[in-house]
Design a protein around this ligand. Structure first.
Ligand code: PLP
Length: 439
């Protein structure tokens, strides 16, 4: 593996990767267990980001490995359309019980991007099913990330992800983002200032007329744009404006679901109930691709009219709820429960927050943000070379045995929920050394 020649690396066009840089000095992983990856050069690398915010129970978890092995020998695949298998129904029920409120019907997908597309399509089709087909407009937010498919990219607000791809979906508008470090610098937990930014939705309602708007989609806590936390009261205010105007509120919980905040979902953590919730990543612990969209019962029921032999919703994927993914997800939920992993962000929350905020005196740190087991470390960009400082930090952390993620000049951490205090100490001691080196 480690002796591959550069030519061998050409065929694979890597996603969201600096391909040329990578292929000059490949970072190859050959194994993983618990909190660590095993690298091709024999070193251990501590996983500071749970894969890509998905391996919430850590790596190579015995229950999950065994469940997949068993399922492969029993029922490898069953058609997703007009046929069923027991584990898909069992999983949907378990998820519905886990999710608070009336978000009791579950549509399966294979990724966060697909969950977002599904949520947006349900929103538009729901209004149409009720005779409000004029509600077609979708509202996102600047700096939002909702995956890479056309709907999600259109409601998303990360310029680099949009600029290459033309005019995108029509009829989309964006609220202002909530990234206000001038007022909220070094906030520990949710920032105090900025709830009024939710009123930007009211402005868009006045501009477009609310009767044209189907849904608003936000990440309750934005990860990909660099860990942007919702100001206190912000999500509540969005909910109230949506209610006032008959607009559906969609939470994109692709990174926050399944324990990241010290509660099963952000819906629990923030106590705000949206109409639709998009999830993926941690659902099957990143082992097998899987997503789930939670929908309020009354929205689901609005589709259940017309002749009973008719398909009610013309949407779905070949791999929606496939047996292998369901088996992995059920074993993942068992693991989360048995090890109280949804509590972990709360139990270790103060220790984590202290560790994050202890970087305040490091060179070029202009903001530190934390919530649950998430950290955002914002660095002063090098003049004329934006993103370079953070990317250098990524490379140096990798050399020192810690995997972090960077976006722009922001470092993000989101470790597996099996993390212990000694791992937290290692991560932040390493980062302290790295930040001095990239000064
Ligand atoms: C909030 C959010 N939505 C959607 C996605 C897309 O998920 P996927 O990469 O599984 O398509 C991500 C991925 O990071 C995400 O963070």
């Amino acid at each position: 593996m480690s002796d591959m020649r550069p030519n061998d690396l050409k065929a694979y066009w890597m996603p969201f990767t600096a391909n040329r840089q990578f292929k000059q000095a490949p970072r190859m992983v050959v194994g993983a267990e618990g909190m660590y990856y095993k690298l091709a050069d024999g070193r251990d690398l501590m996983d500071g980001i749970a894969g890509l915010w998905c391996c919430n129970a850590g790596h190579k978890r015995p229950r999950i490995v065994e469940a997949i092995r068993k399922q492969a020998g029993e029922l490898d695949y069953s058609p997703a359309f007009q046929m069923g298998h027991y584990k898909a129904f069992e999983l949907a029920n378990r998820l519905a019980n886990l999710m608070p409120g009336d978000l009791n019907t579950v549509f399966f997908t294979n990724s966060g991007s697909e969950s977002v597309e599904t949520a947006l399509k349900i929103a538009i089709a729901y209004h149409r099913a009720r005779g409000e087909g004029h509600r077609t407009r979708l509202i996102g937010r600047e700096k939002g990330y909702h995956g890479v498919n056309f709907g999600g990219m259109s409601v998303g607000g990360m310029p680099a992800n949009r600029k290459m791809f033309g005019a995108l979906v029509a009829g989309v508008d964006h609220m202002r983002h909530t990234h206000g470090i001038a007022e909220n610098r070094f906030s520990r937990g949710q920032p105090d200032h900025g709830a009024e930014l939710a009123d930007d939705l009211e402005r868009l309602c006045q501009l477009h007329d609310p009767s044209t708007i189907a849904a608003v989609i936000v990440e309750p806590l934005a990860g990909s744009a660099g860990v942007i936390l919702p100001p206190k009261g912000y999500l509540e205010r969005l909910r109230a404006i949506c209610d006032r105007h008959g607009i559906l509120l969609i939470f994109d919980e692709v990174i926050t679901a399944y324990g990241r905040l010290g509660a099963p979902f952000a819906v629990d953590y923030f106590g705000v109930e949206p109409d639709i919730v998009a999830t993926a990543k941690g659902l099957a612990n990143g082992v097998i691709p899987m997503g789930a969209v939670f929908v309020q019962e009354n929205i689901h029921d609005a589709f259940m009219s017309g002749p009973e032999t008719m398909v009610e919703f013309f949407h779905g994927y070949t791999f929606s709820g496939n047996p292998m993914a369901c088996a992995a997800a059920l074993a993942t939920l068992d693991t989360y429960e048995e090890e109280d992993l949804f509590e972990k962000g709360r139990v270790l929350g103060d220790y984590w927050a202290d560790a994050v905020q202890s970087l305040k005196d490091c060179p070029n740190v202009i903001d530190l943000r934390n919530l649950g087991l998430i950290a955002g470390i914002e660095l002063e960009p090098i003049a004329g070379a934006p993103t370079k400082r953070a990317f250098d930090a990524f490379l140096r952390a990798y050399e020192k045995g810690l995997l972090i993620r960077t976006t722009g000049d922001i470092i993000a951490l989101s470790p597996p929920l099996i993390i212990e205090k000694a791992h937290i100490d290692f991560a932040f001691d390493t980062l302290r050394a790295v930040l001095r080196e990239v000064a």
